[in-house]
Design a binder for this molecule. Structure first.
Ligand SMILES: NC(=O)c1ccc[n+]([C@@H]2O[C@H](COP(=O)([O-])OP(=O)(O)OC[C@H]3O[C@@H](n4cnc5c(N)ncnc54)[C@H](OP(=O)(O)O)[C@@H]3O)[C@@H](O)[C@H]2O)c1
Length: 352
């Protein structure tokens, strides 16, 4: 860490979040000036972040990342006891965990909010469940937006990073979708449109980044459910294999969300997908190779539907999505190729 020289700090919200002023430095009735050796960049970048869906697949990794960088984390959850098990105080000192009545106090005074909550889509889609898949997202997002908008000016977060999905574009075997492409006309496209429109309800002075996330590959998530199928059926392509699969490594989606929190240039829609989407046949081939299994027996659609439910449509009817904005913004992907991503994930252990 490079230490700057003596630095004069005026009292601001950022500073108040970052520095505890010892009692003996308080000077009655005078404007407080603190002279200390401190890394200015680090000071400015230490944020307080409230996160919905923090207990999920992406959220857990994001919390670890923010915690490692000494940011202050506020977990907005439906179950405090569940979240406390996931984020034990000894490992996450200072973490604040709150159920809905406490969300207001968490959001007020946060610098940024990340919104990841929503009922998982990997289930059998009855009409009731379809309603809840959409409503859970709209409900949490509108609550977050209302709390941000109603916060007093001095305590209002300056950025909302809200998740959405590449399902926004609908499915196609031939089209290439970037952030300017129109929305599709299936159920998931409708969910994403309403989800995004709700997030865009925040006050104009709050920066909004909408991350349209592809299928996240990591230890867990969809891949964990697909691996046993590959073990069972040697692991050839799923269905025709011609469908596109727009994926992103867990580390990269977490980095993208992190960057969107910190960097004011990240605003509007940003596709959260790796620069090299693959056909499903290639994914299966690479997965087979990484697992040291031949890729010749096709995995039947019904088997995938049995483990992913109707959410399997995300894998079985894909779309080719490119991260045009992330590239313009200079975002650097740690895992641009699916081969390296799978190798890294599978090398983390047999159980994913
Ligand atoms: N993972 C992917 O491949 C992927 C791809 C595209 C988009 N996304 C989107 O990105 C977001 C995060 O993904 P993820 O994979 O981390 O999700 P996840 O593991 O399914 O976790 C989502 C979190 O949402 C909360 N939640 C679950 N059901 C809910 C309900 N009925 N009402 C309100 N909140 C509920 C839970 O938090 P609490 O129990 O703590 O409240 C849960 O931990 C999701 O909205 C997802 O749709 C993910």
């Amino acid at each position: 860490m490079k230490l700057s020289g003596a630095t004069s700090l005026s009292w601001s919200r950022t500073v108040s979040h970052s520095i505890r002023i010892p009692q003996h430095l308080a000077i009655c009735g005078k404007r407080l000036q603190v002279f200390c050796a401190i890394d200015e960049t680090e000071m400015k970048n230490q944020l307080t972040v409230s996160i919905t869906g923090a207990t999920g697949f992406i959220g857990r990794r994001l919390v670890r990342r923010l915690n490692a960088d000494n940011h202050n984390i506020r977990v907005l959850t439906r179950s405090k006891s569940k979240a406390e098990l996931i984020f034990p105080a000894r490992e996450f000192p200072g973490i604040v965990i709150a159920e809905e009545p406490g969300w207001k106090d968490c959001i007020q005074g946060s610098d940024g909010v990340v919104n990841l909550a929503g009922m998982p889509i990997s289930t059998r889609w009855s009409s009731e469940i379809k309603k809840e898949i959409k409503q859970s997202r709209i409900r949490v997002t509108s609550k977050v937006v209302r709390l941000i908008n109603n916060a007093p000016d001095a305590a209002r977060p300056t950025v909302l990073v809200s998740s959405t999905a590449v399902g926004y574009y609908g499915t196609s075997e031939t089209a290439i979708f970037d952030e300017r492409s129109p929305s599709g006309n299936d159920y998931l496209a409708e969910v994403c449109r309403e989800w995004e429109a709700t997030a865009l309800g925040v006050n104009k002075n709050v920066r909004v980044a909408l991350i349209r996330i592809g299928v996240v590959l990591g230890k867990g998530g969809a891949l964990a459910k697909m691996i046993p199928l590959f073990m069972m059926y040697a692991g050839g392509p799923l269905g025709s294999g011609k469908q596109w699969f727009s994926w992103i490594h867990l580390d990269d989606i977490v980095d993208l969300i992190y960057e969107a929190l910190m960097n004011p240039s990240y605003k509007g829609v940003i596709n959260g997908t790796a620069p090299n989407p693959v056909k499903l046949s290639e994914l299966c081939e690479r997965l087979g190779a990484a697992m040291g299994r031949p890729s010749w027996l096709p995995v039947p659609d019904f088997a995938l539907k049995a483990v992913l439910g109707d959410g399997a449509s995300v894998v079985l009817e894909g779309q080719r999505v490119v991260p045009a904005r992330a590239k313009e913004l200079g975002f650097s992907f740690k895992y641009p190729s699916v081969k390296d991503a799978l190798k890294a994930i599978l090398s983390q252990g047999n159980q994913i």
